[in-house]
Each structure stands twice: as structure tokens, then as C-alpha cells.
Design a protein around this ligand. Structure first.
Ligand code: SF4
Ligand code: SF4
Length: 130
């Protein structure tokens, strides 16, 4: 399988990604790279950071918003005509999301993460003068 490289923006305080199968440390790499199946539904996309991902300052970890902030996530994800359903759907989502995302089963991402400072990336080209 050909290898590919992607750049993700990540909190500098986040822990380094552990090896596949090790306990999840909330590094956020998997959800910042591409959404899981639930995240694809919530984000309405297959690539890039999941809209449900949340940073928790006190724990210094990324957490799944479908579990910890289901109302907020559904407010963002649902079209206006379905917003009245946010409270009952949030209750259901919070209870099912843990199972859907296999929370607590260890890191299921085989991504090789390499830290790099934004200062090491080449500067964008200058804007052309008007
Ligand atoms: S685990 Fe949660 S935050 Fe991560 S991709 Fe899935 S829905 Fe999004
Ligand atoms: S599953 Fe792995 S990559 Fe995803 S947040 Fe947990 S430790 Fe990080």
C-alpha cells in the first residue's frame, strides 16, 4: 500500500500518539486526520478534522464531543428543521456514542505521527500586489 503524508494542526500540549493497541491517551491524531463513521455523519465529510472533536484543557486531552458534549455537537451537525430534536437525540447519542466509537478499547489508529513545529514549514508565498 502506498504511504501518504498529511499535515494536521494539533495542540502543542497534546500527548504524543501511542502505539496501536496501547491505551488511548486522547492525543487526537485519529480524529484530526479523518472522522470515524459516526464522525463522518456528524461532520458530513470523509477527510480532515471531525467537527465533534473537543479539547479538554484540564485533562490536556482531546475528547469525543459526541460523548461529552452531544447537544453542542448536534446543534452544529443538524439542519435547522431538525434542531427541535436536539435534546432527545443528544440523550440517545451520548448513550450510544461510546459503543459506536469503541471507547476504552485502546488506540485503533495505525497512523505514524511525527511532530513538527509550524515554524519549520515553508512560509506561504507573498500575496501579489493589487
Ligand atoms: S471519535 Fe468522536 S470526535 Fe473522533 S472522529 Fe469519531 S465522532 Fe469524531
Ligand atoms: S485512538 Fe489513538 S490516535 Fe486516537 S486519540 Fe486515542 S490514542 Fe490518539
Amino acid at each position: 500500500m502506498p504511504s501518504s503524508h498529511h499535515v494536521i494542526l494539533i495542540r502543542p500540549e497534546a500527548s504524543a500518539k501511542p502505539a496501536w493497541g496501547a491505551p488511548c491517551n486522547g492525543c487526537g491524531v485519529c480524529c484530526l486526520l479523518e472522522p470515524c463513521p459516526l464522525g463522518m455523519v456528524l461532520s458530513r465529510k470523509r477527510r480532515g478534522a471531525c467537527v465533534a472533536l473537543r479539547w479538554q484543557d484540564d485533562a490536556r486531552q482531546y475528547r469525543c464531543g459526541a460523548v461529552m458534549a452531544p447537544k453542542e455537537v448536534l446543534q452544529l451537525a443538524l439542519p435547522n428543521f431538525l434542531k427541535a430534536w436536539v435534546p432527545p437525540l443528544a440523550w440517545v447519542l451520548a448513550r450510544l456514542a461510546k459503543r459506536w466509537i469503541a471507547a476504552g478499547l485502546g488506540c485503533d489508529s495505525t497512523v505514524q505521527a511525527q511532530a513538527n513545529s509550524p515554524l519549520n514549514f515553508p512560509a506561504p508565498p507573498d500575496e501579489p500586489m493589487p
